[in-house]
Ligand binder design. Structure first.
Ligand code: CTP
Length: 401
């Protein structure tokens, strides 16, 4: 959904990251208008932001006016869907927390009608300074979103919390602010990717799952307001930003252990991982040597079925399974849902989906089957979350809100 984003830039070296942020937000299809503080214009030229955003830049030194009535600080936030200040300096944060409006950015913040978000960037001591922490808490209690700074090496040479998140992370998290919060307050555990069963220290049995469907679901659940935990095997994609917990578990046994540890706290379990049904019984601690005419014999033993085990718990979370099929897709998927005793299952054709960016899913639940056309995995994930939220609301009508 295309939005008009007003991007405020206050003074700080992290202003260079905002150049990339403008580019990424534009790539997502949004309109971006940049407003800069006097100090920000010392770090990056307004002309850079004008070229990247394709819009006049409003700054205290170079006034690209909006509306032609000298009321840019009012007009701009009326036109915008969201006002993001990134980077937000300790000084700007302190002023906004206390209602001070003595420059362009703080005037825009005070006069705004649209939601405000800030991405603080400052030295680690400034970040933990009690006055700054008080100001951050006040912003949050005023309904302002704070994108927490991350830890790392700082421009001043010190190391610690205070770095503004990378532009890609902010561009990923910002759209969550206008997403429908259909899973608000829910805790969701997701498995993703392929497991790997070792034959020896360098070889193993795995599959072509890339982890993209699981990651798309993690993003969609996070956007819907859920607290998302992820257990992933081998993946060929990045891990989403803003998750409550993420850990890697390579073998089916390790994934089973990780899931069983996490699951008691969860409301929902979505089992997307392509888990190996068998492990190698006679795996070797040393690399197998080639012996001409004597190929090694690999013996297999059954792995735990993670999804079925979770569904069998005394108080299971709401379980969503996947069925990766290559033939008789719906028939096999229907049988799998009943065999594993789970309320919701997503059937997909391995030839269309596995290792790819697209999927063609059919959602199967007690009410029947809904087939969706081939689409990218983010849209498939949105459809799954939407149905999941409906089913959770029917289990617990209080959720309907
Ligand atoms: N699954 C699991 N643990 C396993 C095997 C599968 O948790 N050891 C989960 C998958 O994450 C998926 C669902 O069970 O949600 C179905 O997985 P799939 O590979 O399609 O089916 P299997 O149960 O392995 O059955 P089959 O191989 O006969 O198709």
């Amino acid at each position: 959904m295309s939005k008009h984003i007003l991007l405020g830039i206050s003074g700080g070296i992290a202003a260079y990251k905002s150049c990339e942020l403008v580019r990424l937000l534009k790539k997502q299809g949004h309109r971006v208008t940049v407003a800069m503080s006097r100090a920000a214009a010392e770090f990056v030229s307004p002309l850079t932001f004008q070229a990247l955003s394709g819009n006049p830049v409003l700054s205290e030194t170079h006034n690209g006016e909006s509306g032609g009535n000298g009321m840019a600080h009012i007009n701009l936030t009326r036109e915008a869907d969201i006002f993001l200040i990134a980077p937000a300096s300790a000084n700007t944060i302190a002023k906004i927390a206390n209602g001070i409006a003595d420059n362009l950015l703080t005037n825009l913040a005070a006069a705004r009608k649209c939601p405000l978000a800030v991405a603080p960037a400052m030295n680690v001591e400034m970040w933990f300074n009690p006055a700054n922490q008080r100001n951050i808490a006040r912003l949050q209690s005023d309904g302002i979103t704070v994108f927490q700074p991350v830890s790392g090496e700082q421009a001043c040479g010190e190391t610690g919390v205070g770095r503004m998140p990378e532009a890609a992370e902010l561009a990923e998290l910002l759209p969550d602010l206008w997403a429908e919060k259909s899973l608000q307050g829910k805790k969701v555990l997701i498995t993703a990717g392929a497991t790997f069963e070792a034959i020896d220290p360098v070889r193993g049995i795995t599959n072509i799952s890339s982890g993209q469907m699981g990651m798309a679901l993690a993003r969609a659940c996070r956007a819907a307001g859920a607290e998302v935990s992820l257990v992933y095997g081998q993946i060929q994609t990045g891990i989403p930003a803003g998750l409550a917990h993420a850990e890697q578990a390579i073998s089916a046994e390790a994934m089973y252990q990780a899931v069983m540890k996490q699951v008691p706290q969860q409301d929902v379990f979505i089992s997307v991982a392509a888990v190996a049904d068998y492990k190698v019984k006679n795996s070797s601690a040393q690399k197998l040597k080639k012996e001409s005419g004597k190929p090694p014999v690999i013996e297999l033993a059954e792995n735990p079925d993670i999804l079925a085990s979770v569904a069998k718990l005394d108080k299971p979370p709401f379980c969503v399974g996947f069925a990766a099929e290559s033939e008789n897709i719906i028939e096999h998927a229907r049988a799998k849902r009943l065999r594993k005793n789970i309320p919701m299952l997503v059937a997909n054709d391995v030839a269309v989906a596995m290792g790819k960016t697209i999927n063609r899913i059919t959602i199967i639940d007690d009410a029947g089957e809904t087939a969706f056309p081939e689409t990218d995995k983010n849209q498939a994930a949105a459809a799954i979350v939407s149905r999941l939220a409906e089913l959770l609301a029917s289990v617990n009508p209080c959720l309907k809100g």
